[in-house]
Design a binder for this molecule. Structure first.
Ligand SMILES: [Zn+2]
Ligand SMILES: [Zn+2]
Length: 146
């Protein structure tokens, strides 16, 4: 999949792909779906404290697009908190700048440039590694030419 102009840039993949209220079976809950670009908007503006201008530059989108994006993301977060919905993070027209690799043997996590090869944990030298960008369906598609 070639990179499209409208694709949004997300720094690295989320470490969690979902959240649910405690004490309730997942199948009894209503689902809500947050795209990875909506997640990134929350991370940049609310977690890191960037203003909309700064955050829109990070994601290579316009400021007005960023404002719509974060409003939608906050609406979804509020539905999760108030209505007890199960939040799933997936999809969106995005590509990552970096990948995160997690070692299934020792739990060590490390960042690598997207598209870089990896086959051994730098901490314990195990080969049983979890590709976080790959778990969201990304990897070589993300390699940016700019
Ligand atoms: Zn390891
Ligand atoms: Zn990609």
């Amino acid at each position: 999949m070639p990179r499209h102009k409208k694709d949004r840039i997300v720094k690295n993949p989320p470490l969690f792909n979902g959240f649910k209220p405690t004490g309730i079976e997942g199948k009894q809950l209503n689902n809500i779906f947050m795209s990875i670009d909506e997640y990134e908007a929350i991370r940049l503006a609310d977690f890191l404290g960037l203003n909309h201008e700064e955050a829109s530059i990070e994601m290579k989108i316009s400021r007005s697009t960023f404002t719509r994006l974060i409003e939608m993301a906050r609406k979804k977060l509020s539905q999760m908190l108030v209505k007890g919905k199960k939040l799933n993070i997936e999809g969106g027209n995005i590509h990552f700048k970096q990948n995160i690799i997690e070692c299934n043997n020792c739990g060590h996590m490390f960042k690598i440039d997207i598209g870089s090869s990896f086959d051994v944990c730098p901490n314990c030298e195990a080969h049983d590694l979890f590709n976080v960008a790959g778990s969201f369906g990304h990897g070589r598609c993300c390699i940016v030419l700019d």
